[in-house]
Design a binder for this molecule. Structure first.
Ligand code: GLU
Length: 289
């Protein structure tokens, strides 16, 4: 089996990422799966290259070793695992979807879409205004014509999940009008090409899974298994605030924390253990089942 750790290059790693690493490497260990490290820098407007070396360094310092993909030693050679180096591949997949008539160009602005929404919606749902206009793909947002059906999948942690992407997000974007690829599209293209058959990620991304499954299906590719894990909570059971989240591992390290202390803190805040004491990596991995 193959799973992946896929940080975005939009910030430094924090305790939430450490909990995530415990789940990824812990479950991989139990299942005998290999772990890919993939750099998700698809959004060149937000990604900052200086984060990459800091992230790789933190992964290594905490004692996690990717089996494949990008690491401190393999930063240059493994460019197939860095999204900004893979535009050709995304273009190929986009062309395939185009031949199947599954995408279209859209000229609606975010503001125009927002005006058609009810205030209570969690995310913008595109109603398909441009779906029959036959607009060029270049210079417009490229949208995926999603099927209207409900998607049902068995999450390894949460059990049976039901999602209807057509009602959550509508025809979602694969590439924006400036040519930036989106998370949803790059993630599916990469999981297919890198033979990922086990996706382990936080519950905050659960709503993306149904729409990604529809892309896998229409590309006629095998759908991976999914495991969505709980996030970090404080002692009162509240999700950690952005402020606390923002404390990077590099800052904790500079303040003198050891990898064991950081693993213990992340495992405790993630509800995997009860006291805040230090734990070594193997102890941390054994907690993630
Ligand atoms: N790059 C995403 C993140 O850092 C991970 C997405 C995924 O695991 O599918 O949140």
């Amino acid at each position: 089996m193959i799973t992946r750790f896929a940080p975005s290059l939009t910030g430094y790693l924090h305790l939430g990422h450490v909990l995530h690493m415990i789940y990824v490497w812990g479950i991989a260990h139990t299942k005998g799966a290999k772990v890919i490290c993939r750099i998700e820098d698809h959004d060149q407007g937000r990604a900052r290259p200086e984060y990459e070396s800091a992230i790789l360094d933190t992964i290594e310092w905490l004692g996690f070793t990717p089996d494949l993909g990008i690491s401190v030693e393999q930063a240059e050679a493994a460019s197939a695992y860095r999204q900004s180096d893979c535009a050709e591949h995304y273009t190929e997949v986009l062309n395939r979807l185009n031949q199947q008539g599954l995408i279209y160009g859209c000229e609606c602005s975010r503001r125009e879409i927002a005006e058609t929404q009810s205030d209570r919606a969690d995310e913008l749902c595109y109603s398909g205004t441009c779906s029959e206009k036959d607009l060029p793909l270049e210079g417009n947002t490229v949208r995926f014509r999603i099927p209207s059906d409900e998607v049902i999948f068995q999450d390894l942690k949460l059990g049976e999940c039901h999602q209807t992407p057509a009602e959550q997000c509508g025809d979602f974007s694969l590439r924006d009008r400036t040519g930036q690829w989106t998370y949803q599209f790059c993630c599916v293209c990469d999981d297919i090409r890198q033979n990922v058959d086990l996706v382990i990620r936080g519950e905050d991304i659960l709503s993306s899974t149904g729409r990604q499954i529809q892309l896998f299906q229409l590309l006629e590719c095998t759908i991976p298994q999914f495991y969505h894990h709980p996030l970090l909570y404080d002692k009162q059971g509240q999700k950690l605030s952005k402020r606390q989240h923002a404390e990077s591992i590099s800052q904790l390290r500079e303040a003198g924390a050891t990898p064991e202390e950081i693993l213990g803190k992340a495992a405790t805040l993630g509800g995997l253990t009860e006291d805040f004491g230090p734990i070594n990596k193997n102890e941390a991995l054994s907690l993630a089942i």
